[in-house]
Every structure is written in structure tokens, then in C-alpha cells.
Design a protein around this ligand. Structure first.
Ligand code: NAD
Length: 419
């Protein structure tokens, strides 16, 4: 991932969604306090040498929000805006995302406050190795398993894994996920989040009576999540009518040729100059004619103003936090179904779990096997969420949080609170 995608501002939204579900579950104040306070927050200095020979000191963080269901799990981001509050908020979010798809993980997140655009590869390697070395005692396949996030790559994970392995004197691929295939990565990981978006969308389309060949799709964002989702929708016979990226949006009611758009981006870096559709604004894309709308770029794109004008029948949240609680209420009133982020974009962390399981077994699956298991995991849990939504007259979002919180609470109660 490469962008300055920022999610911390949506922590308030995540707490609002948590509270809706906690009310439905009638959780008492003590349990709410336990669930909303991080288990452990770690802050440390990262001294490192610039290529010029000069020394600098950056700040590193790792927050292990919950261990109730297993080792902490969550990405590491390198960004100038990284703070303890941001990392904590994202670790809270990871707790529910892992629980909603029933992964045997808690929630975690990490980061380094730095600007990778101003650093050489060698400098990023030195920072990563020192970051990993500082965490040797508290991470590990049974403790906490980091992964890539904003501005961290499979190469960064390879350096992390190597440093950890050196310190513990054995090869430990299961300490991080999102690694290159050659050193214990999983097949299917790159497309997993986009694939998960498509799996959830197609299942919900069947539920509301939309056949793929009659369904038009618009997607905001054409990065890792958006472009693979677009391609898979096209492969399944849907008509992708709108796509966009930071440079603008493109609409074609005859259908956009997604492979052509992917080739354009591979060649030019962005969609700028793409000729496969009429250029419209990003705001227009959100309210364009389509059956299914997939936000896959930024947080808070659906405010009450946009929500009132959305024409889609189904929204599938590829991005984290694209819908404000106020907009969510409008979607509910208007009868627009929303598959929430913690479910819709959980494909990536699910295949991360597969990677961890494969590393520990030392046996690697074919891509078709990864994809089949991904579909099983996502659909089993989406169906459970739908059952809760129907029986409790709740939105899919409240149902998803309810399922996730209930699973964490059950684990906590079985283990007992060591107080
Ligand atoms: P990415 O950096 O690969 O792509 C982001 C895309 O959004 C790019 O095409 C960019 O041009 C576009 N974009 C940026 N600003 C825009 C704007 N104002 N209007 C329209 N498009 C804009 O990022 P990604 O990995 O695809 O992540 C996208 C979202 O999905 C983020 O919210 C991320 O947190 C979430 N997510 C990603 C993964 C994953 O596995 N990559 C997993 C879960 C959630």
C-alpha cells in the first residue's frame, strides 16, 4: 500500500457502532470498559543512521488491543501522522474485524512516525530492523502477528521476519503475514481484499434479487482493493459502469473494460487520460446510476448530503470507515443495504490468517484452495450476520458488531477476567 489514506478520524464512528451493538447485547459498564481499553501500548525510540552518516531518532508504536481470542493481529504503518491514539484506534478496529470472520486472533496495530517518501530503501530497512528488534519479546506467532499497512510492503515484512528470526535463532515465518511468496507468503493474498468484497457483494445481490448480468457496479478507488474487486465483478458477469482514483472518475453505461483500465494504470500510474468512459467528478460517481456502489478509497465519503442522493441499492464497504453514523441512518431509512467494512474488507486479514496457518504447518496451499477457503469463511460469517440482522431487526453493521463483540465477550468469560 502506498497512500496517505487516513483512518483515525473514524475512531469516533467505530465507538458509535460499537455502542449500538453493545446496547443490543445489553453489555454492562464493566465489560464495556474492558472491551474499549487496550491490553498493552508500547512506545519506543528508533535511533537510526541516515545514508549521510547523521543519526536520527523516530518513534515506534505497537498496540495490542485484545488477546481474548488469540495473538494480536494487525498492520504496521509508516506515516508522518502516526500517533499513539491513531494506532490504538486502528487496533480497536482490528479486534472486531478478526472476530467477525471468526479468526483465532485478537487485535493489534503498529507504526512508526516517519515520512517514507523522504527515506532511501536502505534507511527504511534500518528503521524496520530496529523496530522489529525492539519488539522481539512481545511479538511472535503466538503473541502478536504484524502485517503490511499504509506504506509498508512485503519487502518490509521480509526484513521484519528476518530480524526476528535472527534474534530468536530460528526461522520464524509465522511472526508476520503479507510476506513475499518465496519466504512463506500465501498465494492469493494480493487480491484477497478485493476478492472478499466481490464475494460478499454477489451473495447479498442474490439475497436482494440482483442477477450479476443485470447488475451495474460503481467503484471509488482503483488501488489494491478497488481494481481487483472491479476485475472480479467483471469476471462474474457484472457490468462495471464507474471507476475512479485520486485523479477523477470515469463512467460508461455500456460497461468499462476493466483490464484496459488496469493496463492504463500499470503504464501511467493513475487513471488520468483513461479513454474508456466519460470523465466525471468523484462526487458525481457516488451518486451515479448503479445498482451496487463500492467505496474503496477513503474514510467518511458518505455524509448525510451524499447519502441522501445515492442511487445504488447496495453499498459494499471496501474502504475502512467510509460511512458516517449519520449517513448510515439515512441509508437505513432509505432501505439501502450496507455490508460494513469489518465484514466486506476482511478478505485480506482472512488470507493473512491462512498465511500464518500455512507457515506454522510448513505446507502451502494452491491458489484455488486459498480462494475456496476464503469464500467459505466470508460467507459462513456473512450468513450469520444476516441471521442476526433479521432476527434483531438491525442493520448488517450493527449485526456484524454484535457478532464480533459477542464472540470476544464469550472468550473473555470462558477464560475469566484475571482481576
Ligand atoms: P491503495 O493505496 O492501493 O489505493 C487507494 C486508491 O484510492 C487509489 O486508486 C487512489 O488513487 C484512490 N483515491 C485516493 N484518494 C481518492 C479520492 N479522493 N477519490 C477517489 N479515489 C481516491 O489502497 P488500498 O489498499 O486499495 O486501500 C483502500 C481502502 O481499503 C483503505 O481504506 C484501506 O484501509 C482499505 N483496506 C485495504 C485493505 C488491503 O488489503 N489493501 C484491507 C482492508 C481495508
Amino acid at each position: 500500500m502506498t497512500t496517505a489514506v487516513r483512518e483515525v478520524s473514524v475512531f469516533g464512528d467505530a465507538i458509535a457502532y460499537f455502542n449500538d451493538a453493545a446496547d443490543l447485547l445489553e453489555l454492562d459498564g464493566g465489560m464495556r470498559r474492558i472491551l474499549t481499553n487496550p491490553s498493552r501500548q508500547i512506545i519506543f525510540s528508533i535511533p537510526f543512521q541516515r545514508d549521510t552518516g547523521e543519526f536520527e531518532v523516530y518513534t515506534g508504536y505497537r498496540v495490542q488491543f485484545s488477546f481474548a481470542r488469540g495473538p494480536a493481529k494487525g498492520g504496521i504503518r509508516y506515516h508522518p501522522g502516526v500517533t499513539l491514539d491513531e494506532v490504538t484506534a486502528l487496533a480497536f478496529w482490528m479486534t472486531w474485524k478478526c472476530a467477525v470472520v471468526d479468526l483465532p486472533f485478537g487485535g493489534g496495530k503498529g507504526g512508526v512516525t516517519c515520512d517514507p517518501t523522504q527515506l532511501s530503501m536502505n534507511e527504511v530497512e534500518r528503521i524496520t530492523r530496529r523496530y522489529a528488534a525492539e519488539l522481539v519479546e512481545v511479538v511472535g506467532p503466538d503473541k502478536d502477528v504484524p502485517a503490511p499497512d499504509v506504506n509498508t510492503t512485503p519487502q518490509v515484512m521480509a526484513w521484519f521476519m528476518d530480524t526476528y528470526s535472527m534474534h530468536v535463532r530460528q526461522n520464524m515465518p509465522g511472526v508476520v503475514t503479507g510476506k513475499p511468496l518465496e519466504i512463506g507468503g500465501s498465494r492469493g493474498r494480493t487480491e484477497a481484499t478485493g476478492r472478499g468484497v466481490t464475494i460478499c457483494a454477489l451473495d447479498e445481490m442474490a439475497e436482494i434479487g440482483l442477477r450479476p448480468e443485470q447488475t451495474s457496479i460503481a467503484i471509488q478507488g482503483f488501488g489494491n482493493v478497488g481494481k481487483y474487486a472491479a476485475k472480479l465483478f467483471e469476471d462474474r458477469g457484472c457490468k462495471v459502469v464507474g471507476i475512479s482514483d485520486v485523479t477523477g472518475a470515469y463512467y460508461n453505461d455500456e460497461g468499462i473494460y476493466v483490464s484496459g483500465a488496469m493496463e492504463h494504470v500499470a503504464k501511467h500510474g493513475t487513471l488520468e487520460g483513461f479513454k474508456g468512459g466519460d470523465k466525471i467528478t468523484n462526487a458525481e460517481l457516488l451518486t451515479s446510476e448503479c445498482d451496487v456502489l463500492v467505496p474503496a478509497a477513503l474514510e467518511k465519503v458518505f455524509t448525510p448530503e451524499t447519502a441522501a442522493n445515492v442511487k445504488a441499492k447496495l453499498i459494499v464497504e471496501g474502504a475502512n470507515g467510509p460511512t458516517t453514523p449519520e449517513a448510515d441512518r439515512i441509508f437505513k431509512e432509505r432501505g439501502i443495504t450496507v455490508i460494513p467494512d469489518i465484514m466486506a474488507n476482511a478478505g485480506g486479514v482472512t488470507v493473512s490468517y491462512f498465511e500464518w496457518a500455512q507457515d506454522r504447518a510448513g505446507y502451502f496451499w494452491k491458489e484455488s484452495e486459498v480462494n475456496q477457503r476464503l469464500e467459505d469463511f466470508l460467507l459462513t460469517n456473512l450468513h450469520e450476520i444476516r441471521g442476526i440482522a433479521n432476527s434483531r431487526h438491525a442493520t448488517l453493521r450493527t449485526a456484524a458488531y454484535t457478532l464480533a463483540i459477542d464472540r470476544v465477550v464469550k472468550a473473555l468469560k470462558l477464560r475469566g477476567i484475571y482481576a
